[in-house]
Design a protein around this ligand. Structure first.
Ligand code: DOR
Ligand code: ZN
Length: 347
């Protein structure tokens, strides 16, 4: 008997679509399965103002194939010069659904990020007033702090103080990678959610480093120890409404990944839903996949759950996915989970 699973159409609450030829090539990979996505603003130059977000949204919609439906949910890149009034206007018009905080230097294209958190206080206060969520790349950039500890230290040194100083600020801890992140979310009942990527449910740091370095598994925050991966799996499959899918699918061309100084990012848009079905089945939690991928995110963002649906099918034989996506800038390697996958999206 064929096993199928039908869920409300999922959304991706953290996605990198880039721009130009790369946008054109990767957008259909997400739009094929996802109804909406929170689109990251770390372009060069970053998407800082409402006007820039409008222009970027127009370019995304222009790149969308005519037979596909997809709603980009725009974000603004928080800088020390961000104008609270511009943020409020972009939110009021329905254009912008979140503001993104990158600590300066934390990751790809984050040079314009925040160094002095006091400088963004007026923006954060305005956001708390109007209920606009802050999406946080939660890693300190202090060179003294080991890269594997940067998320845990960020929670204590930056995130908790910001939240205490700004009551009512709604925060999404993006792409959590540690049991510390899971615990912090669980111990704070209100105004806090977290996205979890597909790849952090699948790889730990051994996958990156044992038996030769695997550049396509390198992303930020970097995958941690196995105990952390297991904590993420438990959170994602728990049904707890504060945890939801944000793939952080982040395309870089192969030469930029397979390099002496390779870029951070795993490209998972193509096979994310199939991989999640595999993971949730392994955890005996297929009945929680809809909560994680389709319901908890809209719950946090106060948006309706999609009425369209998506059906996954389990096959006797392993399913194959394209190894690479061709783009106008060069090939982008699709995330390889390293195991046989028996699920695919129907249609
Ligand atoms: O791995 C990552 N890639 N992490 C980020 O935070 C940024 C992203 C990118 O833009 O490539
Ligand atoms: Zn990201």
């Amino acid at each position: 008997m064929t096993q199928t699973l039908t869920i409300a159409r999922p959304d991706d609450w953290h996605l990198h679509l880039r721009d130009g030829a790369m946008l054109e090539a990767v957008l259909p990979e997400s739009a094929r399965h996802f109804a909406r996505a929170i689109v990251m603003p770390n372009l060069v130059p970053p998407v800082v103002t409402g006007a820039q977000a409008t222009a970027y949204r127009d370019r995304i919609l222009e790149a969308l194939p005519a037979d596909m439906a997809f709603e980009p949910l725009m974000t603004l890149y928080l800088t020390e010069n961000t104008d609270p009034q511009d943020v409020a206007a972009a939110h009021a018009s329905g254009l912008v659904r979140a503001v993104k905080l990158y600590p300066a230097g934390a990751t790809t294209n984050s040079a314009s990020g925040v160094r002095d958190f006091d400088k963004v206080r007026p923006v954060l206060e305005k956001m708390a007033d109007i209920g606009l969520p802050l999406c946080v790349h939660g890693e300190v950039t202090d060179h003294q702090i080991d890269i594997f500890d940067r998320e845990a230290v960020f929670i204590d040194r930056v995130l908790d103080p910001i939240r205490r100083a700004t009551p009512g600020l709604r925060v999404v801890m993006e792409h959590i990678t540690t049991a510390n992140g899971v615990e912090y979310v669980k111990s704070n009942p209100t105004d806090l959610g977290a996205t979890i990527t597909t790849h952090h449910l699948i790889i730990n740091r051994n996958h990156i480093l044992v038996g030769g370095i695997k550049p396509h598994y390198y992303c930020l925050p970097v995958a941690k120890r196995e105990e952390h991966r297991l904590a993420l799996r438990a959170a994602a499959t728990s049904g707890d409404g504060r945890f939801f899918l944000g793939t952080d699918s982040a395309p870089h061309t192969d030469p930029n990944k397979e390099s002496a100084c390779g870029c951070a990012g795993c490209f998972t848009a193509t096979n994310t839903m199939a991989l999640l079905a595999h993971v949730f089945e392994e955890e005996n939690a297929l009945d929680q996949l809809e909560a994680f991928a389709s319901k908890n995110g809209p719950g946090f963002y106060r948006l309706p759950v999609n009425t369209a649906q998506l059906t996954l099918q389990k096959h006797e034989s392993p399913v194959t996915f394209p190894a690479k996506i061709a783009t106008g800038e060069g090939d982008v390697t699709v995330f390889d989970p390293g195991f046989a996958v028996h699920w695919s999206v129907l249609g």
